[in-house]
Write a protein that binds this ligand. Structure first.
Ligand code: SIN
Length: 363
């Protein structure tokens, strides 16, 4: 009898303990911050690359590892976000095309329109990462974070930078402080803005820099720290819309150099270029031998944008050429490869050179 009573008492105590523990867990869960939902769109590149050995850091094959494997390699991701992966492409980024950009932008806009997606990370080859970032900066219709990330070393290398870069990118995309700042690039513990960042080294891990205008911040101790923002229009405030576009106007880049000739310019124009970015020497200077070709191209309807191959500085309007008289546009501080992107999108709206110049001063 006594034994039966003791057993009943013990069962009651145990029951109370289980109920109390469950209540504590429920309270903890209610108190714990809800993790953001981040979708990783994988496009290939060195971050998904593999080499013959752990010391192969050049001469490896880009774009071989799938998105699920990339996520699996960083189990820590599950602590900073609810992560979901999609393989959009599997290419080395030198092969990125306008069609890839349109597909990617449409997918990003579709995902960001959903309440269940709080941010997007795009894994990308580093060669054209800055171009895709700027394209998206102009056409994403959302203030939610979009973060591009790559790696300078393949996933199989000693001290590969992909896993930590991916971790940083996901925690950045999951952080409310990244919202409304335009498309971001997370590389090497640093946060860069899409408009001004560029790859500055062929192979070292610290290749990404926003040289003179400055990066936006750092990622340290699992937290983003912002110190500046770009003043140029982007994403939800931009006037470009790719939702109904299936192609972009042909815009090509003519590179300036000593002893330059018009062979490339003439070929691009003959091939139907709607716009030419002249990546001139210095402040966008045009060689005497090339100027008549540019003037003839403009008279034929092709838009001419003077940019510079130098990499830094403002391209002075009416400086090295009389742009008002020649009806040329200048690139402001955009690199030739980014000027090409803005001109393609701008040409989907207008051919008016005053309007085009306004866009170059606004984006
Ligand atoms: C690429 O851009 O796909 C190759 C180079 C890299 O990702 O670093």
């Amino acid at each position: 009898m006594l034994q039966q009573k003791t057993a009943q008492f013990m069962a009651a105590v145990l029951g109370m303990f289980i109920i109390a523990t469950a209540q504590v867990h429920a309270q903890d869960a209610a108190k714990a911050p809800k993790l953001a939902n981040v979708t990783i769109l994988a496009t290939g590149g060195t971050i998904a690359g593999s080499g013959a050995s752990s010391t192969t850091t050049v001469g490896y094959t880009a774009a071989t590892v799938g998105v699920q494997q990339l996520i699996k390699a960083v189990p820590e991701l599950s602590k900073v976000a609810n992560v979901n992966g999609e393989q959009v492409f599997q290419i080395a980024s030198e092969s990125m095309t306008n069609d890839h950009w349109l597909t990617l932008a449409k997918r990003v806009n579709t995902l960001l329109a959903q309440n269940t997606v709080d941010g997007i990370v795009i894994t990308h080859g580093t060669d054209t990462l800055e171009e895709t970032a700027y394209f998206l900066n102009l056409v994403v219709k959302s203030r939610k974070p979009v973060v591009l990330v790559g790696a300078m070393r393949p996933s199989t290398a000693l001290s590969a930078d992909g896993p930590i870069n991916l971790y940083n990118a996901v925690l950045l995309a999951a952080d409310p402080s990244a919202a409304g700042k335009g498309v971001l690039v997370a590389m090497g513990d640093q946060i860069h803005g899409a408009r001004d960042v560029s790859k500055t080294n062929t192979s070292t891990p610290d290749a990404f820099k926003t040289t003179e205008l400055g990066m936006l911040g750092y990622i340290q101790g699992g937290k983003p720290f912002f110190y500046r923002v770009s003043t140029r229009k982007h994403t939800a405030d931009a006037e470009f819309d790719v939702s109904n576009l299936t192609s972009l106007p042909q815009v090509d880049i003519v590179y300036g150099y000593a002893n330059m000739n018009t062979v490339a310019l003439d070929a691009f124009v003959a091939a139907g270029a709607k716009g030419i970015i002249h990546a001139g020497t210095g402040d966008g200077s045009v060689a005497a031998k090339v100027k008549p070709g540019l003037i003839a191209a403009r008279k034929g309807g092709t838009i001419i944008v003077r940019a510079s191959r130098v990499g830094q500085g403002i391209l002075a309007r009416n400086g090295e050429a009389n742009d008002d008289e020649l009806d040329f546009v200048v690139s402001d501080t955009l690199s030739p490869q980014k000027a090409r992107i803005l001109l393609m999108l701008a040409l989907t709206k207008t051919n008016n050179t005053k309007e085009l110049q306004r866009m170059f001063y606004n984006y």
